[in-house]
Design a protein around this ligand. Structure first.
Ligand SMILES: [Zn+2]
Length: 346
């Protein structure tokens, strides 16, 4: 039994405060205030959360999401405080039918000033569409694995980089910002372990083409913290850490631990997907991208400035989209919020 006098006089110990918070699990904001004691784990104060759910998430979901719903998802994410959203990909509808309405989605989103709306551009044709819809920021991607590049893009790594050179030059001339991705940075489904030096080579090439940042993607979600530490150590010898972002999939449940290691190395941009949308084409049924809710919960709890993202609103969006897709909520935090609000109603 709790002593109500103690509660009123504010004499609760840390553990008791935690108990009070967890006793009312819907009050997540209060919970975060109690937890702001772990920030000494990292030396950075600010992290940019890059939401990739509408693109990386939805392209790996089997169900097609209607155009208006995709548009609303992007707008709602921005309203919830997300300042960087990868809206879609101008990929061929034959490759990714889930994003066959990409140009319409991108054009329909009401853009808010100060928000970065990115579109992934896999080739020259996609880039032309990006110009037609007046995209201000594009993303290009290359693999660190030769086999993955050949199977995915039908090009060797150097051929794919060569192809992006002219696209990037044109993009810069048009005043666009370019974000680069390197995929399969730790392990490849065909080649296994990938040497960090190969990742560094590709990252350097993308920066030389004019990318303002390169996001290192653990495409199959197999990386563990020691591998991430080593990867960042090697890559940051050739690329300033301020130019690196990380992109983890949570296939094996190591995504948040990997983020922590990346933050400790000085990375301050992290990709995530609302509701943990997405999956791994090489592991059917596996978890998708690192969930934005889980990332936001951890970063806010550590006292890191992420620009006023409203966790409860993001969790609601993840919950609703997962329900629509008839898939389990891929966010642990989202599950906790929604299971506790269900309990409080009964
Ligand atoms: Zn991804």
């Amino acid at each position: 039994m709790r002593n109500s006098d103690e509660e009123e006089n504010g004499l609760l110990s840390k553990e008791e405060e935690m108990y009070q918070v967890w006793r009312r699990p819907c009050e997540w904001t209060a919970c975060l205030q109690v937890r702001r004691c772990f920030s000494s784990l990292v030396n950075i104060e600010k992290v940019r959360v890059v939401e990739v759910g509408p693109r990386d998430g939805l392209q790996n979901e089997s169900k097609f999401v209607p155009t208006e719903r995709k548009v609303k998802l992007v707008e709602d994410l921005v309203d919830a405080g997300i300042g960087n959203v990868e809206v879609t990909s101008f990929v061929s509808p034959q490759w990714v039918p889930q994003l066959s309405d990409s140009a319409e989605v991108f054009s329909s989103v009401k853009k808010k000033p100060g928000v970065n709306y990115t579109v992934l551009v896999p080739n020259a044709r996609g880039f032309e569409t990006a110009k037609e819809v007046s995209a201000r920021q594009i993303a290009v991607f290359a693999a660190a694995s030769e086999t993955f590049s050949k199977k995915n893009l039908n090009l060797s790594v150097s051929e794919s980089l060569e192809k992006y050179k002219s696209i990037c030059a044109d993009a810069l001339e048009n005043g666009m910002k370019i974000r680069g991705y390197v995929s399969t940075v730790v392990r490849c489904p065909y080649e296994g372990e990938i040497k960090p030096e190969r990742v560094a080579d590709v990252a350097v090439s993308l920066l030389e083409m004019g990318c303002f940042e390169v996001s290192l993607g653990d495409t199959i979600g197999a990386a563990t913290p020691g591998e991430v530490e080593n990867l960042l150590k090697v890559v940051s010898e050739r690329v300033p850490i301020s130019k690196l972002a990380v992109h983890f999939h949570d296939t094996c449940g190591t995504a948040l631990a990997n983020v922590l290691v990346a933050l400790q190395a000085g990375v301050h941009a992290v990709d995530s997907s609302v509701g943990g949308l997405g999956g791994c084409p090489y592991a059917p049924g596996a978890a998708g991208n690192l969930a934005t809710e889980d990332l936001v919960y951890m970063l806010q709890g550590m006292g890191i400035d992420i620009g006023g993202i409203d966790l409860n609103r993001v969790a609601k969006l993840g919950h609703e989209m997962c329900k629509f897709l008839e898939r389990p909520n891929g966010s642990k935090c989202g599950q906790a919020i929604y299971s506790s609000s269900k309990n409080s109603q009964t």
